[in-house]
Design a binder for this molecule. Structure first.
Ligand SMILES: C[S@@+](CC[C@H](N)C(=O)[O-])C[C@H]1O[C@@H](n2cnc3c(N)ncnc32)[C@H](O)[C@@H]1O
Length: 281
């Protein structure tokens, strides 16, 4: 895996997304920092020549990722993100830092996810939107037992959030072994060690059980191809949240799930990203 990266002004965020939309060889990741006008633009590709072509056009730097790093985030601590007055996502790494954040934000559930070798610090628009949806979905489930699956768990942020919001059983998976390792570490860090994380490729997976809530922030092509098993993993009447879909791909993508029985109730557009939340009939 190779990555091209460059810092840019936030105002060009949409332009970057447009430039790379629909290019199947390249995966774009834009990391924003609240209250800052600089964004980090990264493009991942399997072949070096693809990222070198991007560098030729736009400058920036290229490097190989031996241990795959989805976010390739900097070591600078990211500012905490508050979600619906319920959750605070922060980059605390040590127990002392987690305790400090807990003291700083009384009454909130703290989710500590330091920038690491897996996607998901909460700063990306797709993660932030699914986190908000999750808080809303969890509210009426309070006092009930509910199970959640996090497909493409990355850092485990959504799975950890679900457990903190009251899920009784949570499973997360990723096809990247490094992400699974990081998610397990984050589960321990967040005092949610019962969450089960496995190395599973959603495209090769056959669900053995159904969940009340399924989250899949996993990009258009995986959703498009994986919807039969993703939808099958949602209990009838259960909730499916998806994200990682570019605006230009949303109609096509969401229509596939609709045919399989998902009634989309809420579609959120943020920049060029679309997230959606629906109920399985
Ligand atoms: C956009 S990140 C989302 C991470 C996290 N859930 C979040 O919301 O921030 C997508 C994740 O899906 C994983 N992924 C991509 N294709 C996959 C597949 N076929 N099966 C399982 N995981 C996959 C990637 O490794 C990556 O960690």
């Amino acid at each position: 895996m190779f990555v091209w990266s460059k810092l840019s002004s936030e105002k060009w965020s949409d332009a970057w997304e447009e430039r790379f939309a629909g290019n199947e060889a390249l995966s774009l990741v834009i990391t924003t920092v609240p209250h800052k006008t600089t964004i980090r633009v990264e493009v991942y590709a399997k072949r070096q020549k693809d990222v070198l072509a991007v560098q030729k056009m736009f400058g920036g730097s290229v490097r190989e990722i031996k241990n795959r790093n989805w976010a390739a985030l900097s070591n600078e601590p990211m500012p905490p993100i508050q979600v619906r007055g319920k959750l605070v996502v922060c980059s605390a790494r040590t127990a002392t830092e987690v305790a400090k954040a807990t003291k700083e934000f009384p009454g909130r559930e703290i989710i500590a996810v330091p920038a690491d070798m897996a996607f998901g610090t909460g700063h990306h628009a797709t993660t932030a939107t699914v986190l908000r949806m999750l808080v809303d979905v969890a509210a009426p489930l309070k006092d009930q037992k509910w199970k959640m699956a996090d497909l493409g768990c990355g850092s485990g942020i959504l799975a950890i959030a679900a457990q903190k919001l009251g899920a009784s059983k949570v499973w997360g998976c990723d096809f990247d072994p490094k992400a699974v390792e990081v998610a397990k570490e984050n589960a321990v860090r967040n005092d949610t060690p019962k969450i089960r994380f496995t190395k599973t490729d959603v495209l090769k997976w056959q669900p053995k059980e159904a969940y009340d809530v399924v989250a899949a922030n996993i990009f258009f092509d995986i959703l498009h191809a994986g919807f039969p098993q993703i939808v099958a993993a949602v209990k009838p009447g259960g909730v499916l949240m998806v994200s990682g879909i570019l605006k230009t791909q949303a109609d096509e993508c969401l229509a596939v799930a609709k045919k399989l029985g998902i009634r989309w109730d809420r579609i959120v557009k943020k920049g060029k990203w679309v997230s959606a939340c629906g109920i399985r009939s």
